[in-house]
Design a protein around this ligand. Structure first.
Ligand SMILES: Nc1nc2c(ncn2[C@@H]2O[C@H](COP(=O)(O)OP(=O)(O)OP(=O)(O)O)[C@@H](O)[C@H]2O)c(=O)[nH]1
Ligand SMILES: [Mg+2]
Length: 257
C-alpha cells in the first residue's frame, strides 16, 4: 500500500476547521474511503467528531498553564510547540490504522500551526511529499474585496511556509446568499473580477495596499480557484475530494480497487 495522504485543515480562528474535519471525515466514510481523523488542537474544549488520534491525550492546556506557569495565550503557544515531541507516538498510531487518508484538524489560531516551527516539522516528519492543505477563507471575514485579499495573502504565506499543495476553501456556504457565494467564487476563478471590485472600493491606503498585494498574488500564480463547502449540507466535499485525487494521482481514485 502507498503511504497515506495527509490533509491538513488550516484557517483563522472560528473559520470552521473542526466542523469541516468532522464533515469531510463523515463524507469520506460514507463514500467508503478509509480515513483517520487527527486532532492537533490541544486547546479544543469540545470537538464535533471523535478523533482517532487526539493530541489532548498527551497535552492538556490546563496542565501546560500550571506546569510552565503560563497564562492561556502563552500556554497555547507552548502547547503548539510540544506537539512536535509527540510525532513519534502519533506516527505509531497512524501506522496501525494503515488508512489511505489522514485528515488533520489544526490549532484554533492559524499562526500556532503556520508560523511556529512545530507545524512545519509535523508536516515534514509525518508525510513528506504526500501532504496537502485545505485553507479556509472564512466568508464572514472576507466580504469586502480588500479583506478577501488579506486572507489570500495568509493562504499564500501558508503555502510558502509548507511548500505543499493548497486548496482555497470557502466554508459555511449554506450561510451565504446566492450572489455572495457567486462573488466569492468569482474572485478566485476570475482574478479580473477581484481587480475590478478592488478598483470600485474606497481608494484609501488599505485599498491601495490590497491592490498591490493582489498584483503580487496574481503574478505568483496564487489566484487559484476556490471550492465552496458546507459542513452542514456536505455540499462541495466531492470537489475537495476530486482535488486531492488530482494532486496525488492525476485524477485516479487513490482508493479504487
Ligand atoms: N452553518 C454552518 N456553520 C458553520 C459551518 N462551519 C462552521 N460553522 C460555524 O462556525 C463555528 C466555528 O466552527 P469550528 O469548526 O469550530 O471552527 P474552528 O476553525 O475549528 O474554530 P477554532 O478551532 O475555535 O478556531 C461553528 O460552531 C458553527 O457555528 C458550516 O459549514 N455551516
Ligand atoms: Mg477547531
Amino acid at each position: 500500500m502507498e503511504d497515506p495522504v495527509h490533509v491538513y485543515v488550516i484557517g483563522t480562528a472560528g473559520s470552521g476547521k473542526s466542523r469541516l474535519t468532522a464533515a469531510f471525515h463523515r463524507w469520506m466514510k460514507e463514500h467508503a474511503h478509509d480515513v483517520v481523523a487527527v486532532n492537533l488542537d490541544p486547546g479544543a474544549e469540545t470537538l464535533p467528531y471523535s478523533p482517532d488520534v487526539d493530541i489532548r491525550d498527551w497535552i492538556q492546556l490546563s496542565d501546560v498553564m500550571e506546569r510552565y506557569e503560563l497564562g492561556p495565550n502563552g500556554a497555547q503557544v507552548m502547547a503548539a510547540d510540544l506537539i512536535a515531541l509527540r510525532l513519534g507516538e502519533i506516527q505509531g498510531i497512524l501506522d496501525e490504522y494503515r488508512a489511505p487518508y489522514v485528515l488533520t484538524d489544526t490549532p484554533g489560531q492559524t499562526e500556532l500551526f503556520v508560523f511556529r516551527e512545530s507545524g512545519r516539522v509535523t508536516v515534514e516528519l509525518l508525510a513528506p511529499g504526500r501532504s496537502c492543505i485545505l485553507f479556509l477563507l472564512d466568508p464572514f471575514l472576507a466580504k469586502r474585496p480588500s479583506a478577501f485579499v488579506s486572507l489570500l495573502l495568509l493562504a499564500a504565506t501558508t503555502s510558502f511556509r509548507f511548500g505543499i499543495p493548497l486548496l482555497h476553501v470557502i466554508p459555511k456556504r449554506d450561510l451565504l446568499k446566492g450572489e455572495e457565494l457567486e462573488r466569492l467564487l468569482a474572485w478566485t476563478s476570475d482574478p479580473a473580477r477581484l481587480e475590478d471590485d478592488l478598483a470600485s472600493e474606497k481608494a484609501d491606503m488599505v485599498n491601495q495596499m490590497s491592490v498591490d498585494a493582489f498584483r503580487i498574488l496574481d503574478a505568483m500564480g496564487s489566484m487559484t480557484p476556490a471550492v465552496a463547502v458546507s459542513s452542514e449540507t456536505l455540499e462541495g466535499l466531492e470537489d475537495v475530494y476530486a482535488w486531492i485525487q488530482e494532486v496525488f494521482s492525476g485524477g485516479e481514485d487513490l482508493t479504487a480497487a
